[in-house]
Ligand binder design. Structure first.
Ligand code: EPZ
Length: 420
């Protein structure tokens, strides 16, 4: 396994271009199961997770080519309907093949994804939604087995104890687009990645209204055809780069950004004192003097994204004063706290809250990545820390950030890879 070594103290300056959104490309690739026609997906980031999804599509009988950010998916033989444990267990998001397999073939056998360090990751809302469409669903031997003679549209409420569910909304939408009649999803997730999936489904011939709002209406159709689609920019990579600019006292122009997707984050960064200039599809991020402490609570979109919680914690760990960060989506998503404290941060966990007392500076240390966004927060802390930080288990980082070392080196950061 590799580890990343970061020598801190370099201000990041210049321009960086954000890649396509990981959390959009995964369900969009799954949606290609809904047709035998050829689909062309552009701006596909070369990530561990993307390549896992391409493997799953191939295991289900799809022909897949991936070249220079463009994925072409077509069918070369009848599909099988089993997404097996060894692939699904490496990436929870693979569970979103359940909806399209059921929608297209009326049967699916998908391994339960299991939990991960950020939480139990239940799928009860996914099952509730497809049952509401008339599927028989049972859990056997670690697999969700779903079958339906015919899927019928229905009205359903998909909100859970922690609010809406992104992938449950995706799964139900991909099953409902070929169900008979009308489906109404109440408490649907409003994330831009859900909207991007709906836009792709509409290009395939689906009839969807209300995507991006809590009420999505779908009129089932008999058949879907191939389509060409460009993935939206990754708002979490963009946010991570904004914090890289601020934590190093640098000056970054971040290109390929839809700042209308960044409302909550921009609001909090400006409250902390960041200077953010907005252009058509890019942002320039700097700061003048010291930042101020802020309180952050993660919520479903358009609230502050849970996927930016670890990263903003790194920034607040060296911002004088007390910042309170409350995690309402995944209350256990604090694996990065202990590692940041190893670097000299003063963070105390109180249930779903992290009390961050800003310190003058962090010192480089050996730290361990535990999940995708925790590894991003450790990399950010390393950029600001005095001395060298080595982050082990960086396969977590490779799941969601395309060419992150190259991008940071080009911005003047000092980062390299070593064998563990
Ligand atoms: C998506 O995960 C994202 N992943 C996550 O990003 C993101 O953190 C999450 O949405 C929340 O925004 C992808 O899109 C591939 P949820 P998802 O269902 O859909 C609970 C990253 O770092 N819940 O919206 O799996 C759940 O436990 C990843 O890029 C149920 O209770 O998350 C959580 O508390 C991490 N029952 C809340 O809902 C269910 O059936 C939101 O989870 C499903 C979810």
């Amino acid at each position: 396994m590799d580890r990343l070594v970061i020598e801190g103290g370099f201000r990041l300056k210049g321009e960086v271009t954000v890649s396509g959104a990981k959390n959009s490309v995964l369900p969009v690739l799954a949606a290609t199961l809904l047709t035998d026609d050829t689909c062309v997906i552009k701006d596909v980031p070369n990530l561990r997770d993307t390549n896992t999804m391409l493997k799953i599509l191939r295991s289900l009988g799809k022909q897949v080519e991936y070249h220079k950010g463009i994925v072409t998916v077509s069918s070369n033989k009848c599909l099988n309907f089993v997404a097996d444990y060894k692939l699904v267990s490496t990436m929870r998001a693979s569970f979103c093949v359940l909806g399209p397999l059921l929608g297209r073939f009326r049967k699916a056998r998908v391994s339960l994804p299991g939990g991960c360090v950020i939480g139990l990751r239940p799928v009860d809302l996914h099952i509730k939604g497809i049952r509401s469409l008339g599927a028989e669903v049972r859990v056997e031997g670690g697999y969700v087995i779903a079958e339906a003679r015919r899927l019928r549209g229905s009205r359903m409420y998909l909100g859970g104890a922690f609010g809406s569910s992104v992938l449950a909304t995706d799964n139900v939408m991909m099953a409902a687009v070929m169900a008979k009649g009308k489906t109404v999803i109440e408490a649907a997730a409003c994330e831009p990645e859900v909207t991007d999936l709906a836009d792709f489904l509409i290009k395939m011939g689906a009839r969807i209204k209300g995507h991006g709002t809590p009420i999505i209406e779908i009129e089932g159709v008999d058949k879907l055809h191939g389509a060409i689609h460009k993935i939206i920019p990754d708002r979490i990579e963009a946010g991570t780069m904004m914090i890289a600019a601020l934590i190093t006292g640098g000056d970054l122009t971040i290109k390929n950004v839809l700042f209308q997707h960044q409302g909550a984050l921009l609001d909090k960064l400006e409250e902390a004192g960041a200077i953010i200039k907005r252009f058509d599809s890019s942002l320039r991020v700097t700061r003048k003097g010291r930042l101020k402490p802020i309180n952050v609570t993660t919520l479903p979109y358009p609230g502050f994204p849970t996927d930016m919680q670890a990263q903003i914690m790194s920034l607040m760990s060296i911002t004088a004063g007390i910042s309170v960060i409350t995690e309402k989506i995944f209350p256990d998503r604090f694996m990065h706290v202990a590692e940041l404290n190893r670097m000299g941060a003063h963070i105390q966990r109180e249930g779903p809250h992290a009390i961050v007392e800003g310190v003058k500076g962090l010192s480089g240390a050996q730290v361990m990545a535990s999940d995708l966004r925790a590894s991003a927060s450790l990399l950010l802390a390393g950029l600001a820390a005095k001395g060298k930080t080595s982050v082990s288990r960086i396969y977590h980082l490779e799941r969601g950030y395309e060419n992150i070392e190259k991008k940071i080196i080009e911005l003047g950061g000092n980062i390299w890879r070593e064998k563990e």
